[in-house]
Every structure is written in C-alpha cells, then in structure tokens.
Design a binder for this molecule. Structure first.
Ligand SMILES: NC(=O)c1ccc[n+]([C@@H]2O[C@H](COP(=O)([O-])OP(=O)(O)OC[C@H]3O[C@@H](n4cnc5c(N)ncnc54)[C@H](O)[C@@H]3O)[C@@H](O)[C@H]2O)c1
Length: 304
C-alpha cells in the first residue's frame, strides 16, 4: 500500500461505528493522469440550470463549472443551500443564483418549488438530476427492507419526480425544450455486492433515462445519464470503502485499505476518477455540444 496517503477528514464515520481513516491514492501513481484544463467556455451564458443534490460533492463542483461558463443556477437540496447562493452571487455578480430547500421524494414540495423556480428564472434550460443516497452495505440475506425503500424513494421516485416536474416546465416554456442529465452509477451496471438497493435504484435511473428520452424528444428535451464508478476523494468513496470492508463478503477484504486497493486495481487507469472528471461529461451532455445525443449513458470508469 505504498501509494496510499491519508487525507483530511471529510465526514464523521464514527457515526457508522467506523474508523476515521480515509483512503486516497496519489493520482500520479495511476495511468492517464487527470487533466482539468478545459478550453470550453461560455456554453451556458444566460442559461439556467437546476442542480439537485447541490450541497453534495458532485453538486458543488458542477455548480462551480456551470457558473464559470456563464450559467444562472437554482441550487436544490434537502439541506439548506442559502450559503451557496450567497457565495456564488459574490463571485459571479452578473449571474442569478437562488437556493431552494426541497425533499425530492415529495411531489407537492417539488411542484411548489418548481413554481417558485419558474417565477425567479422565467425559463429552465438544464436539469442536473443528481441528488442521491448510497444506503446500507449488507448481504441480500440481511438487507433491511426499510433501507431498501428509502433508497428507492430517493434515487428512483425522487429522481422521477424532479424529471417529471422540470420537464413539464421545459415542455411548456417558449421556446420550449431543454436538456437533462440523470446521475446513475456503475453500481447499476456492474451490480455491486452488498448494495442490492443502490444498484437496483441506479439501474432504474439508467432505464428511466431511455424512456424519458423517447417521451420527451417531441418536446425538444434531451435526457441522458452518467454512470460514474470509483470517484474520490469524498464522502461516497470513503463510505463505500469502509462499509464494504465492514459488510464482509467473498468479494472484498475486511481491511478497508485492502478494499481501496482492490477497487483501484480493478480500474485500467489504476486510479479513481476526480469529481471534475465526472462533471466534464455532465457539462458536455447538458450543453449543445451533444445536441444529437439523447437516451445515452456515459460510463465514467477509467476504462472498461
Ligand atoms: N461519489 C461517487 O463516488 C458516486 C459514484 C456514482 C454515482 N454517484 C451518485 O452521484 C450523485 C451525487 O453524489 P455525491 O458524491 O455528490 O453525494 P453526496 O452525498 O455528496 O451528495 C448527495 C446530495 O443529495 C442530497 N439529497 C439526498 N436526499 C435528498 C432528498 N430527498 N431531497 C433532496 N436532496 C437530497 C444530499 O443532501 C446531498 O447534498 C448521487 O446520486 C450518487 O448516488 C456518486
């Protein structure tokens, strides 16, 4: 484990009865190194994007990159995102930012918030339908039904509610249309052990994307998805390494360091991807650069 280094603590894993170790791999040790010097600019000038899960890791990096490219942003999360709106207004004074606290699993809340969004922004050009929850790590034999329901409620029903609510606005505005990216996961394609609920939920997100793409094409709305694999550092990386180890299975070690190593060594590039490397494809799919793509899923995996 020469290439492991400890990084600053990002979440309190003691709540899960876990150690406070984090597992990070110096990217220089992998292949095909990270490059963030994109030359794309201005693709979202004057456009409005709604980002769900805005307070999370993907949400915050997406917000930053969309703002850099000129977007107005509606930050949606079950957590309070007012601080994000204030911070972005300071940094990008010519653009519009609003925060909306919403539980995406509640249709009445989603409709109420969407009406407010419509009033504030007048139109919605893009939706990053991204809020999600990883849930427990446990063998199917012991997987709690309550947790299964919660994951399906957030990742499937919640994603559907936002997709339906925002695409209704997009279909009625003048000129009508827009583009949507749903966040699925490689867990939904590769079927990760100990993650029966999460994997099933993300397979559903990928499938809903294809159906919505067909249903919404006549309204000039494109719908695509992303399926990230091992992404770090961050809350989900640390959580999955520790909880996979703790759950115990024939597929992963009981030692979190070894689990991290097993995961990274299964990747052709021998490193996890950065959050920026997830958001690059998201911006491509949201932008007009992908105007002839709908119903597709981009696997963000460091190689197949
Ligand atoms: N990070 C990864 O390695 C990874 C890999 C594959 C897929 N994903 C998916 O990417 C998305 C974002 O992941 P992340 O790493 O940013 O996770 P995160 O936990 O940092 O962010 C998720 C956000 O969703 C919000 N949220 C949860 N339930 C909600 C609800 N009912 N209503 C509104 N907001 C709610 C949370 O408050 C949080 O801010 C998720 O859908 C996740 O499943 C992540």
């Amino acid at each position: 484990m020469k290439n492991k280094k400890k990084i600053k603590k990002l979440y309190d894993s003691s709540k899960d009865g876990l150690s406070s170790e984090l597992y990070s791999f110096e990217k220089i040790k992998g292949f095909c190194h990270e490059k963030n010097d994109t030359k794309a600019y201005g693709r979202f000038n004057g456009k409005t994007v709604i980002i769900t899960g805005a307070k999370g890791d993907f949400g915050q990096v997406c917000s930053k990159r969309m703002a850099e490219e000129g977007a107005n942003i509606g930050f949606l999360d079950i957590l309070d995102t007012e601080s994000l709106a204030i911070q972005f207004k300071k940094e990008y004074p010519d653009q519009i930012f609003h925060s909306f606290q919403v539980d995406i699993t509640k249709e009445d809340q989603a409709i109420k918030i969407s009406n407010k969004i419509e009033k504030k922004f007048k139109r919605i050009d893009h939706l990053f339908n991204n809020a999600g929850y990883q849930g427990d790590f446990s063998n199917t034999l012991n997987y709690a039904v309550e947790d299964f329901r919660k994951i399906i409620d957030i990742n499937v029903t919640g994603a559907f509610i936002m997709l339906k609510t925002i695409s209704n606005i997009m279909s009625k505005q003048e000129p009508r249309g827009g583009s949507i990216v749903n966040t699925a996961s490689m867990a939904g394609i590769g079927a990760t052990p100990n993650m029966i609920a999460y994997s099933a939920s993300k397979a559903a997100v990928k499938h809903m994307t294809v159906i919505a793409a067909k249903d919404l094409a006549p309204f000039d709305i494109r719908v695509n998805s992303i399926s990230p694999a091992y992404i770090g550092p961050g809350f989900m990386w640390t959580r999955q390494v520790e909880l996979q180890a703790k759950a115990g299975s024939v597929y992963f070690s009981e030692d979190p360091e070894q689990v991290a190593s097993q995961m990274v060594n299964s990747v052709p590039m021998r490193r996890y991807g950065s959050i920026n490397e997830v958001i690059g494809p998201v911006l491509f799919l949201l932008s007009d650069d992908s105007s002839y793509l709908t119903g597709i899923d981009i696997k963000i995996t460091g190689g197949d």
